[in-house]
Design a protein around this ligand. Sequence first.
Ligand code: PBG
Length: 310
Amino acid sequence: MVRETELTANDLIQPFFVLPGKNVRRAVRSMPGVFQLSVDQVVKDARAVAKLGVPAVILFGVPEKKDPVGRDAYDSDGIVQRAVRSVKSALPDLLVITDLCLCEYTDHGHCGVLRGNGKNPEIDNDATLELLGKTALVQAEAGADWVAPSGMMDGAVSAIRRALERGGKKNTAILAYAAKYASAFYGPFRDAAQSAPAFGDRRTHQMDPANGREALHEVALDLKEGADMVMVKPALSYLDVIRRVRERFDVPVAAYNVSGEYALVKAAEAKGWVDGPRVMEEILLSIKRAGADVILTYHAQEMAQRLADR
Ligand code: PBG
């Protein structure tokens, strides 16, 4: 009766990695329980999580072919667009979110197109914005309810908002990965999405883990550009940031319990060193207590099942 925080299935967003083919379920080595799925299998698993009361999924694409400019991301027949259409037609009430970044689609693994040849190429921020706008529009046209720019390009939210408005997709919401840190906790994701940068790293655009105030600045910018909701990522090492964002801004706040956070729990559980399900629940509860309204987590289905069994 006097518990201050309640975790429910309704708080959770389930991520899926989608790749071409049929009947494919390829285990991700560093994320036990997580698979790269073909579209038919995404639909099947989405149905199962929806049945447990999880209201939303977020889709990440693993395209057949990657190239320097990430074409599959903004091809209307790209892998994520195909998955969105199938999930929405099978499960019209399930909220479908699309991750919006080029790093899963570029052969060099960077979040934008590159400029300058030879030894020191750098990401061309402004040339990337146009491609992000195109990607947002094809995702929305495929049926995505929310698009989630995750690349930390400057001006991405306003470029996306403009592209959506011009394309007649006024009702598509933007969940901005507003405060995204240059984190070692993304390692397993880069296995799952095959999106590790071929050279260099993401520190030119992702945030320094030492900075808290800067997160508030980043969130303010994204809201000014037209974001409907903001995200802090990763979650567990940044609970203070979640709390500060929650206190400062009156918009929905999402937190991303990322791949490395998931992998730590699964590895220790497999060794018999911790009680995995209890640790999972305590982590998710702490993220909610810190102030997150919604939590993206690879534990979504397992957590929802645990709550349903209670
Ligand atoms: C794309 C993106 C990343 C994650 C989500 N979207 C990876 C990155 O920045 O390298 C990481 C998610 C996770 O670790 O679970 N930019």
